[in-house]
Design a protein around this ligand. Structure first.
Ligand code: URA
Length: 498
């Protein structure tokens, strides 16, 4: 028997080097005892294998597919993995096995380890929750996370966080390994314990708010939810303590959601009443807010008025310093007749407040004033307005802008940006800049909060949410005068800072 010693549990480089050497000397798999340096072994007297420095006579060919599978399988917790991988490699080289032979027990084992490891990496990406721990001497924010993967996958999952959060210093502590990123290099060291990561109530509350806002009681499927978010991860997820209550109250909340439209006035009747009233009334003047609202309520400038329940005008102080432009009313706004009061609007309100901006001090409106949708069963599915519809509706947006004369307009999403600018822009091209626009205001383009609610990947959602929060903070700084732009009006205090 010969001992093949690896440096640590996920030492793929060491396994590869030793496996090559053992194969070059045609040492059979059952003659090798794989062990970790320093770990106790049953075979006290086995000699430790040292691969020969000389090149083997016939170079070995190993498919990239096997190398990739082996690299991941090394991170599995199966104690037999080093021996079994060498056994498979030995059979592949002897051509008594092919990597696609999925009915073979060895290949079945390899594929199931690979699947388990890939799933574990995916869950790590989704469920690592960073907590803020302060700033380092260079002023960079520092974060830490405690996580308990099922397998030893940190080396494989950590590069994702390096790409996602390159500008902050972070560590991820797991029982086996710790990953540390300092903006320059990603290093791994011994594992740690949960108490190494201090709690952070603020970030944990953000996760809870986010989870509550995306939890739809009418779509609750507990088996799908626990398959996507297995219970074993709950103990490290700040939002998990909400789950029992959200599940318990889901039926009641779903019933009250279903009952709501029945309590609301029949939208079609409201729509027809308004149309009749508008046709009978004299043409409204467009020089006052009341006149503009009344004209919008009778708008038939494009076919969207036919199916929507009513038009939805902007609302808010007529001298607001901040104007917020959404895309178009959604299902709930169409029934209520008010902009941005459904789920996206509620998220916007929360995030405005977090940035120190008061929604009630802003004028909130949409690029398009009627709800565009396609019916699906009893539901009305949102449809994005096209360029023609946005351009036609700009007539109203321009009138609202002339009345309000805001210092700053925040355009939520590409449709809103087109409504303000009159041409299309890519959000990524204009984001993060406040630019003057014709008509005497400045414009900040950012994403629509509905986009944040739609993101299925929790990490991506958090990153995007932080970026959105950053945009709102920039808007606040601009209104405070801390960020310079043109056309800053002084002193009417309409964009209240909370
Ligand atoms: N989305 C918007 O852009 N506006 C609304 O009023 C509602 C949802």
């Amino acid at each position: 028997m010969i001992a093949a010693e690896l440096e640590h549990e996920t030492d793929f480089g060491g396994w590869r080097r030793l496996a090559r050497g053992l194969l070059a000397e045609a040492i059979a798999p059952d003659a090798v005892d794989w062990k970790i340096q320093g770990a106790p072994s049953d075979l006290l007297s086995a000699a430790t294998f040292q691969p020969s420095a000389a090149k083997p006579a016939s170079p070995m060919r190993v498919s990239k597919r096997f190398i990739d599978l082996a690299r991941r399988t090394i991170c599995h917790t199966d104690p037999q993995r080093f021996a079994r991988l060498y056994h498979i490699l030995f059979r592949l080289q002897a051509r008594t096995l092919h990597i696609d032979q999925v009915t073979d027990d060895d290949i079945r084992w390899l594929m199931s380890c690979d699947k388990a490891v890939r799933r574990d990496i995916h869950k790590t990406h989704a469920f690592v929750r960073f907590r803020e721990t302060g700033t380092d001497p260079d002023g960079r924010e520092t974060f830490a996370a405690w996580f308990e993967p099922t397998h030893r996958t940190l080396e494989l999952s950590a590069p994702f966080f390096q790409r996602r959060f390159p500008n902050m210093d972070w560590i991820i502590v797991t029982p086996d390994r710790t990953a540390c990123w300092d903006g320059r290099s990603l290093r791994f060291s011994e594992g740690g314990q949960r108490s190494d990561v201090p709690p952070d109530d603020a970030v944990e509350d953000q996760w809870r708010t986010y989870f509550r806002s995306i939890f739809n009681p009418a779509r609750l499927k507990i088996s799908a939810m626990t398959s996507e978010m297995p219970r074993k991860y709950w103990k490290n997820l700040p939002e998990a303590d909400l789950i029992p209550e959200l599940i318990a109250t889901a039926p009641t909340r779903a019933r009250s959601m279903q009952a709501q439209p029945l309590l609301a006035p029949n939208p079609l009747a409201t729509h027809l009443d308004r149309q009749r009233a508008a046709q009978a009334a004299p043409a409204p003047t467009l020089e006052t807010f009341a006149g503009i609202r009344s004209a919008i309520s009778a708008c038939q400038r494009c076919p969207l008025c036919k199916d929507a329940s009513q038009s939805v005008s902007g609302e808010g102080p007529e001298d607001a310093r901040l104007m917020i432009v959404g895309e178009q009313p959604g299902d709930q706004e169409d029934i209520a007749g008010r902009p941005l009061m459904g789920p996206a609007g509620q998220l916007l309100d929360t995030m405005l407040a977090e940035a120190g901006l008061d929604r009630s001090a802003a004028y909130v409106t949409n690029a398009v004033k009627h709800f565009k949708f396609t019916p699906r069963g009893k539901r009305r599915m949102h449809q994005r307005p096209n360029a023609g519809e946005i351009d036609t509706c700009r007539w109203w947006l321009d009138l609202e802008r002339q009345q309000v004369q805001p210092d700053l307009i925040i355009a939520l999403g590409a449709s809103a940006a087109r409504g303000v600018l009159g041409h299309s822009v890519r959000i990524s091209d204009v984001r993060g800049k406040i630019q003057p626009v014709p008509g005497g205001a400045s414009l900040l383009v950012t994403v629509h909060p509905a986009y944040l609610l739609r993101l299925p990947d929790a990490d991506r959602a958090l990153t995007e949410r932080q970026h959105f929060a950053q945009d709102l903070r920039m808007a606040r700084s601009f209104l405070d005068g801390a960020v310079k732009g043109t056309n800053c009006r002084e002193g009417n205090g309409a964009a209240k800072v909370t």
